[in-house]
Design a protein around this ligand. Structure first.
Ligand SMILES: O=C(CO)[C@H](O)[C@H](O)COP(=O)(O)O
Length: 215
């Protein structure tokens, strides 16, 4: 089944609860939550207190993407505030295997991601430890950027590696996805779609429905 994970980064923060209720009711299966620390990426977004407070707004899966240095320091805090999936950057961890294992031990699904200029070979050793691989199709740090077309090849290569090794991890794609390119991402092998501005610009419920029809 293909899954939509709207990114709250583009939501209207002054009515976050209403925005989450709208995407939930319209059928989005996940809620994508981008945490930025001003170190791994230049921007700072939001963290544990916000996630804890919105946890009561929905029962949907909280898909937490940590754009932070040394995320192992905080994985327990994110698990405690309601994360169901925690994604860490291969570039941000001193010990990637230990970080993924720490997430697993907390009863949360571990996932790994890589920046657009990081080769697939960097994540290959960890594919047997993760429930999901996130392919960043923009440079992480901000919503509203243009999809990098080479990301489709990356998705295909990761899908091939997973299949060859009989691994069943999901493939998520994040950055610049809209109703014009979502089909290409799915056809390349992604099964979880993150969309921020294409969902929250305009009527979020209507936009979720349009995505779901195409998926
Ligand atoms: O991780 C992100 C940025 O680092 C966002 O999730 C991503 O960019 C989604 O926003 P949009 O769909 O507007 O590109």
């Amino acid at each position: 089944m293909n899954i939509l994970s709207p990114s709250l980064l583009s939501a209207d923060f002054k009515k976050l609860g209403e925005e989450i209720a709208a995407i939930d009711k319209a059928g989005a299966e996940y809620v994508h939550i981008d945490v930025m620390d001003g170190q791994f990426v230049p921007n700072i977004s939001y963290g544990m207190p916000v996630i804890k407070s919105i946890r009561s707004c929905t029962k949907r899966v909280f898909d937490v993407h940590l754009m932070i240095d040394e995320p192992i320091r905080y994985v327990k805090d994110f698990a405690d505030c309601g994360a169901d999936i925690i994604t860490v950057h291969v570039e941000a961890c001193k010990d990637v295997a230990a970080t993924l294992e720490a997430i697993r031990q907390l009863g949360v699904k571990p996932a790994i991601t890589l920046n657009p200029d990081t080769p697939v070979s960097a994540i290959e050793p960890y594919l047997n430890q993760v429930d999901m691989v996130l392919v960043m199709s923009v440079v992480p740090g901000a919503g509203g950027q243009k999809f990098i077309p080479e990301s489709l090849d990356k998705i295909r290569r990761i899908k091939k590696l997973l299949d060859e090794n009989r691994l069943h991890a999901d493939i998520e794609v994040d950055g610049g996805i809209n109703t014009d390119n979502v089909r290409a991402a799915l056809d390349a092998g992604a099964n979880i779609i993150v969309a921020g501005s294409a969902v929250f610009k305009g009527d979020a419920a209507e936009n979720v429905k349009k995505f779901k029809e195409l998926m």
